[in-house]
Design a protein. Structure first.
Lengths: 428, 211
């Protein structure tokens, strides 16, 4: 590691140590508060409100610890169960939600050992480099004080000038040790916190089920709406046109003897109506599953999409195979929606699409040089993308400062099937 | 004129055969899958091939791939590609060898028999038949076309579909002389080198629009 980054990491960790030690102290009043709240639970009205309130504070503290751990490189997920609907403060529902969540008790169990370990390791992270600093600055101190009992490192007490001189290299050694050890000490502290604060296997599964329930409901809703739209389009469009087509041809059949000129005109009409019906069917099919996606996969479909946009589009694809059809379709429609947003809102002149597959993740990035200011919370288009991706455990993030540029990043976990049979080879 | 036909739906294959034979084409081979197409094209060397994009066994774009492969083998082999949908992307690939004798039409267009047969003949003669939907997509995408007048854009669209001056004049109810004047203007405004050869001119236009 480069010396500069090593020193910087060390200094940051020492600061983190001070912070961790300070925070550890706050565990004690939190613990006392929680115990008191628990003890007062039988008190009518007040009792039911106290524990949730105290737990809320404990959770804030625990979440802070999780954030610190994340900075030390240890990810700790939040294990809490989502609040039940209509759980009023002070109500029984809210109390039960808090009291039955194992994470509440695991947080409580952590408060005391967490405080001890956090304080000890945090102080240690500060103390070693401080001792090193003392050694480096000891010589003038010793000359100034000249106290018999003062000593440093292996010289205790310091007897003469050369021993005082030797405190300096020792100090440097301690300082280096302190800088190197501080990040490691914080990591150990985080690992210890993880023992208590991370979700248990059961909690992890529960959270996962809760998330799957939401995304499944969304997916089913979206699919039902889609089917209704298709049914309506077919009913009012192609089906109605075929009925009228049959009528026109029937009429022409009747007329062909008596009025051949009129029959011919009716047949022309019939042909044109069949063309319109086909056009409608084609547009419908494009919305369900674009043929070019079936034929060429994501690569060709995105390129074809890029060709149809009224602005400059650069497409870069790095896909050694094809994802499963549903994932491919979701990725395509998400990209199409992102591009439609660019055309609608961004006033961009250039869009870049970058698609790659890394570590079983399909990564799609759509970036433009437009006006920016896109907000995933407000735009229905962007929310639609997020929902579409969520059905496959995919995620989307948007970076769009006012003035641009806007970057929409999408991730979809998936494996690629058989290597590409090079559909575009030899076609230039 | 000898035709090789590739279409997997029996109904359409028979219909197309009947239609082409009614207009004095001779269907020398009608295949129903991708792998059989390339050998048939190479064996029969037809005056024109009429090919569906999507064919068995994979039902992707095997017809298109076979057509492109055949043109690599037999340069300039006239190919008319039919599909349920059209993509400028595929048009670009078909046109990329800059040889002419290329058609790319929606299957819907078959229903206008006279125009369809005209397109087959034009492709067989080394001309171009580009679907109006492809052309309109290409025109919609292109920014600098703002320099053209409405009439010039119309003429450009007709030209991109592969029509001759005479056909454009007839369609727009103007004289052929007026059409060639518009075309000269278009070429000057878009900075393309002028060309007297009809087919080469169409290819230049499509290359420009695809760029």
């Amino acid at each position: 590691m480069e010396t500069a980054t090593w020193v910087r990491d060390g200094l940051r960790a020492i600061a983190g140590g001070v912070f961790a030690a300070g925070l550890a102290v706050t565990n004690l009043p939190l613990l006392v508060m929680s115990v008191v709240a628990l003890a007062l639970t039988p008190v009518p009205f007040l009792g039911l409100a106290l524990l949730p309130w105290a737990t809320n504070l404990v959770r804030m503290r625990a979440n802070l610890e999780r954030r610190l751990a994340a900075r030390a490189g240890i990810a700790i997920a939040r294990p809490y169960e989502p609040p039940p609907p209509r759980a009023l403060p002070g109500g029984w529902k809210r109390f039960r939600w808090i009291a039955t969540d194992p994470a509440t008790w695991r947080d409580l169990a952590w408060l005391l050992p967490g405080a001890i370990v956090g304080l000890a390791l945090g102080l240690l992270a500060v103390a070693i480099p401080l001792y090193g600093m003392e050694g480096i600055s000891l010589l003038p101190l010793w000359l100034y004080l000249s106290i018999d009992s003062y000593g440093y490192g292996v010289f205790w007490p310091i007897a003469n000038f050369s021993e005082a001189m030797l405190s300096m290299p020792q100090g440097v050694l301690f300082l280096a040790l302190g800088l190197g050890a501080a990040p490691w000490l914080l990591e150990v502290n985080a690992q210890f916190a993880k023992l208590f604060l991370a979700p248990t296997k059961a909690a992890e599964l529960r959270l996962r089920v809760a998330q799957l329930t939401v995304t499944r409901a969304d997916t089913v809703d979206a699919q039902a709406a889609e089917l209704r739209r298709i049914e309506r389009d077919l009913h009012d469009g192609a089906q109605a046109r075929l009925v009228s087509l049959g009528m026109t041809i029937g009429l022409a059949e009747e007329m062909i003897e008596r009025d051949p000129a009129r029959a011919r005109k009716l047949l022309t009409e019939a042909r044109e109506a069949s063309g319109t019906a086909l056009l409608e069917l084609r547009n419908l099919v494009r919305g369900i599953h674009p043929p070019v996606l079936a034929e060429r996969g994501l690569d060709g479909a995105v390129r074809a999409l890029a060709l149809s946009l009224p602005l400059r589009v650069t497409v870069e694809m790095d896909l050694p195979g094809r994802p499963e059809t549903p994932v491919e379709s979701a990725a395509y429609f998400a990209t199409a929606e992102a591009l439609a947003n660019v055309v609608r809102h961004s006033r961009a002149r250039h869009v870049q699409i970058y698609v790659q597959h890394v570590d079983d993740l399909l990564l799609l990035t759509v970036s433009d040089d437009g006006v920016g200011g896109a907000d995933a919370a407000r735009g229905t288009g962007l929310r639609g993308i997020a929902r579409r991706l969520a059905a496959f455990d995919g995620t989307m993030s948007v970076s769009s400062p006012p003035g641009g540029p806007t970057v929409v990043s999408m991730e979809l976990p998936c494996v690629l099937s058989s290597p590409k049979t090079s559909p575009s080879s030899g076609t230039g | 004129m000898r035709v090789v036909l590739a279409e997997d739906l029996a109904l359409l294959r028979d219909g197309l055969t009947r239609l082409l034979e009614a207009f004095d084409f001779q269907v020398v081979a009608a295949v129903d899958n991708g792998p059989a197409l390339l050998p048939a094209l190479i064996e029969h060397r037809p005056d024109v091939a009429v090919v569906d994009v999507r064919l068995p066994p994979t039902f992707t774009d095997e017809g298109l791939q076979a057509a492109i492969a055949a043109r690599a083998e037999i340069p300039g082999l006239p190919v008319l590609v039919l599909s349920q949908h059209v993509e400028p992307l595929y048009a670009r690939e078909l046109l990329s060898d800059r040889k002419g004798g290329v058609g790319y039409l929606l299957k819907d267009r078959i229903s206008n028999v006279a125009q369809f047969v005209d397109a087959v003949r034009r492709v067989a003669d080394g001309g171009t038949a580009m679907d109006p939907e492809v052309v309109s997509q290409l025109l919609a995408r292109r920014g600098p076309l703002a320099v053209l007048t409405a009439r010039e854009r119309e003429v450009l669209g007709e030209m991109a579909e592969g029509r001759s001056n005479a056909a454009i004049a007839a369609k727009l109810f103007v004289t052929e002389k007026a059409v060639s004047k518009h075309i000269n203007n278009i070429f000057t405004k878009l900075g393309m080198p002028p060309s007297d050869d009809d087919n080469r001119r169409v290819l230049a236009v499509l290359t420009y629009l695809n760029g």
